[in-house]
Design a protein around this ligand. Structure first.
Ligand SMILES: Nc1ncnc2c1ncn2[C@@H]1O[C@H](COP(=O)(O)OP(=O)(O)OP(=O)(O)O)[C@@H](O)[C@H]1O
Length: 586
């Protein structure tokens, strides 16, 4: 039995409210929404609350508020612009907006300064705690329990303290499907019909959906995102649902709108997209923005269809970039840290006359780098010679025609016949304006050259990394594809993953050839697995003796890619990392 309503200030309506709660507890249907009756029941039977008490709002301490806000930083960031635009839409209508965390504490707030004192007194402010067991039936509290959008209007509230308010709240889910927050729009005073809040309901649910979308997009820069909409007009600007996928098509996250599209109610994270929706990862390139929206149709498993918009992973952002003023040198790398360091040095050395020795495995781009250095430097003539079988006469004849200022490129210096070595020393000493660049596949220290010659060639050594150690393979693939295909072509995600996972004993030359073959074999515009030639040089296609850390770095610490490159499964990679005490940087 509840205590009776206070006579002094409760008045008739307060008493009626308390009486209705009593009747609901007795099992009478009073016309209240079912979730409201259920909440009233919990308030009395579970939390032992008394509706006649006018408790002040529950406000956490400043220190607690700071902690709550710190923990919700990501959420506040993702929600800010949606809240701002929602607040603009309701400006001048006395609404207050509250963003609470999953425990019901308000961590962000927008309200009209004119009513700030009233809003604070009513608990519509930063730090107020609206969890049901403290504040009774409220929009936020009921939303946290039901995980559905709700309007708790006037005397839907449990306690007499809040019956003037009208609160409409929508849940916000994180990308793993957990309830993360509640977005609430509240009025101090409102018209009595509950339906007056229908517009508020639609505003708050749309804003919550946008917050989930913003959060998912912020998490997904390195992954595929598939966005879905019922209508082609909203697909690119305000889609209803989104799924985040890794490059093998496994679900990494989703927005609440996508949950209802999945074919069964079971756990979805980690499952392949073709198991939960009616498409595979390789269908995504066909759903990118360059296709007309009406053609981007995704068949759902229930027989329905939606419009789809696939967003490809963005290239990793790297702090290191070669200065654009380095000209042709800057175009040789897509942000691989070792290449960036090397090219930055090369750009400085290019302006000097220091003889350069470029070392690296076959096909790593030594000749291309030498050309770029020449183009960046100040010499005018350019002569490239292969050292294998180079005779003294041929060397003397070729150098005799060189202009006063020239670059002499000697390819594969390790193959220089010993007899020519002595002549080369003479040529270099005689040519005052001659800048020499040589290349070698051997380790510079192991070069079997006469010392006088070695010191005239190796003023500085530039060591090119093998392709398998580069972190910009994806960038190189796109660049080569753009340059060598007659029309715009793309790779299916599985074809891309395969290329990123190969060992590339033939380095960039091999990559170019593989892409040439794929371009020739591919019938449409999307290169898929069957278009890729198998690795030719399997004998050397064994994992090189590199450290696990080097491989992880080359794979951007992507477990799936490292597993493919090592030819083991992901759990083995994880185990080996743990054994080696390795962790991803930062
Ligand atoms: N940064 C790059 N981007 C795209 N393609 C490149 C790049 N560097 C080199 N290549 C291409 O890779 C192929 C091999 O390059 P290059 O001839 O410079 O290698 P190399 O190391 O001199 O080879 P080798 O040791 O066999 O003489 C060439 O076709 C070249 O165009």
């Amino acid at each position: 039995m509840l205590t009776s309503a206070p006579e002094e200030d409760g008045g008739m309506s307060d008493r009626r409210h308390v009486e209705e709660i009593e009747r609901v507890l007795d099992g009478t249907q009073t016309g209240r929404d079912g979730f409201v009756s259920a909440s009233w029941r919990r308030c009395v039977e579970l939390y032992g609350m008394d509706p006649t008490r006018r408790d002040p709002a529950h406000i956490v301490t400043q220190t607690e508020l700071r902690d709550h806000r710190k923990q919700a930083e990501w959420l506040i960031g993702a929600a800010r612009s949606s809240l701002q635009s929602l607040f603009r839409q309701v400006a001048g209508q006395n609404y207050a907006l509250l963003l609470t965390n999953a425990t019901g504490v308000c961590v962000d707030f927008f309200g009209d300064d004119l009513f700030l004192d009233e809003l604070k007194a009513a608990g519509l402010y930063l730090g107020s705690n609206w969890s049901e067991d403290l504040a009774g039936t409220s929009g936020v509290g009921a939303c946290l329990v039901t995980q559905e959008p709700v309007t708790v209007h006037q005397d839907d509230h449990f306690g007499n303290a809040h019956v003037a308010l009208s609160c409409t709240s929508a849940p916000i889910f994180d990308s793993l499907g957990g309830l993360a927050a509640v977005l609430d729009i509240s009025l101090l005073r409102s018209p009595s019909p509950k339906r007056s809040q229908n517009l508020a309901m639609s505003l708050v649910t749309n804003a919550a959906r946008r917050v989930e979308m913003a959060n998912l997009m912020a998490e997904s820069r390195r992954d595929w995102v598939l966005r879905l909409s019922d209508s082609p007009e909203f697909l690119d600007v305000d889609p209803e649902a989104a799924v985040r996928l890794d490059d093998s098509g496994r679900v990494l996250g989703y927005t609440r709108g996508a949950r209802r599209l999945f074919s069964d109610g079971g756990a979805v994270i980690g499952r392949r997209i073709d198991e939960v929706l009616g498409l595979t990862i390789d269908d995504l390139p066909d759903l990118m923005r360059d296709r007309p929206t009406e053609e981007r149709i995704v068949q759902m498993r229930d027989g329905g269809a939606l419009f789809g918009h696939a967003i490809a992973p963005q290239a990793p952002r790297t702090a290191l970039r070669v200065d654009r003023r380095a000209g042709p040198l800057a175009g040789l790398s897509g942000g691989d840290p070792a290449m960036t360091r090397l090219l930055t040095q090369a750009a400085k050395l290019a302006r000097s006359a220091v003889p350069l020795l470029i070392a690296g495995e076959s096909g790593t781009g030594k000749t291309k780098l030498a050309h770029a250095i020449h183009m960046t430097g100040s010499t005018s003539g350019f002569l490239a010679m292969d050292c294998a079988g180079l005779t003294c006469d041929a060397l003397r004849a070729a150098c005799a025609d060189l202009p006063g200022s020239a670059t002499l490129l000697l390819r594969r210096i390790e193959d220089l016949p010993p007899a020519t070595a002595a002549v080369l020393v003479g040529v270099l000493d005689a040519g005052a304006g001659l800048r020499v660049i040589s290349t070698t596949c051997a380790a510079p220290g192991a070069l079997d050259l006469p010392r006088p010659l070695f010191h005239r060639l190796a003023g500085a050594v530039l060591d090119l990394p093998p392709l398998r150690q580069r972190q910009d393979i994806g960038w190189l693939v796109d660049r080569i594809l753009r340059r060598r295909s007659p029309q715009e072509m793309r790779l299916s995600p599985s074809a891309r993953a395969t290329l990123l996972g190969r060992h590339w004993p033939g380095n960039l030359r091999e990559l170019e050839q593989v892409l040439d073959v794929a371009i020739a074999l591919c019938e449409g515009r999307v290169i898929d697995l069957p278009d890729l030639p198998a690795p030719v040089d399997r004998s050397t296609d064994l994992p090189p003796p590199e450290s696990l850390e080097q491989i992880m770095e080359a794979c951007g610490w992507n477990m799936a890619r490292a597993a493919r490159r090592l030819g083991v499964n992901r759990s083995t990679v994880l185990r080996r990392l743990r054994q080696a005490g390795l962790q991803p940087p930062g």
